[in-house]
Design a protein around this ligand. Sequence first.
Ligand code: DC
Length: 217
Amino acid sequence: MAFVVAIDGPAGAGKGTITKLVGEKLGLVNIDTGATFRCVALNMIQENIQIQEEEKIQKMLDKIQIEMYPDGKIFLNGKEVTHRIRENDVNRLVSPVSVLPVVRNKLLEVQRSIAEGKNVIMEGRDIGTVVFPNANVKIYLDATAEERARRRVLQNQEKGIECSYDEVLQGIKDRDKRDSTREIAPLKRADDAIYIDSTNLNINEVVDKIVEIIKNV
Ligand code: DC
């Protein structure tokens, strides 16, 4: 195994932005594992497969091809889907899809092979607990649900998307519950992960903290 930094935590804690910036500073390849789940959800939409159709999902997974490039581009079965996997239909389907054992087993393989032989910073929910339990550095990045909702509303406003704070907060709480109570690979802090609460920190403060931790390994 080359050098692995695992960044886990709930939706909206800032993992995506922070992982990218730390990766750039330290020359680590940035791998967003949530994007692999999003690709599976998109493929189901494209092939009109329902969540309970396990056999069809298994067949789809047998031939799925997910590629991630250092410039952040993501390809599903040969087509670029970098932006498509962030759209609302995928947002809605991805959390229930990520609970399915067939999907998690397949993506465990995919995620390990994407990281193979590289020095990586990998973000997700179960990287330090399941995907790379021997990671060199494990960080659990957290923030209160209220702060994460506030950030999501701001992001949406910047994109011109109307939304209510209460609805966003409820969505975050529902997703936290589903992600942390599922049977396989639930969202939880690894015993040896360093806990960072970003509620009262800005992005640069979190990035500096993590860079220091990695440099001191
Ligand atoms: O980080 P994100 O919002 O792109 O993740 C999408 C979904 O995938 C989210 O509901 C949780 C799930 N996920 C997971 O179960 N395990 C991971 N390692 C990454 C994401």
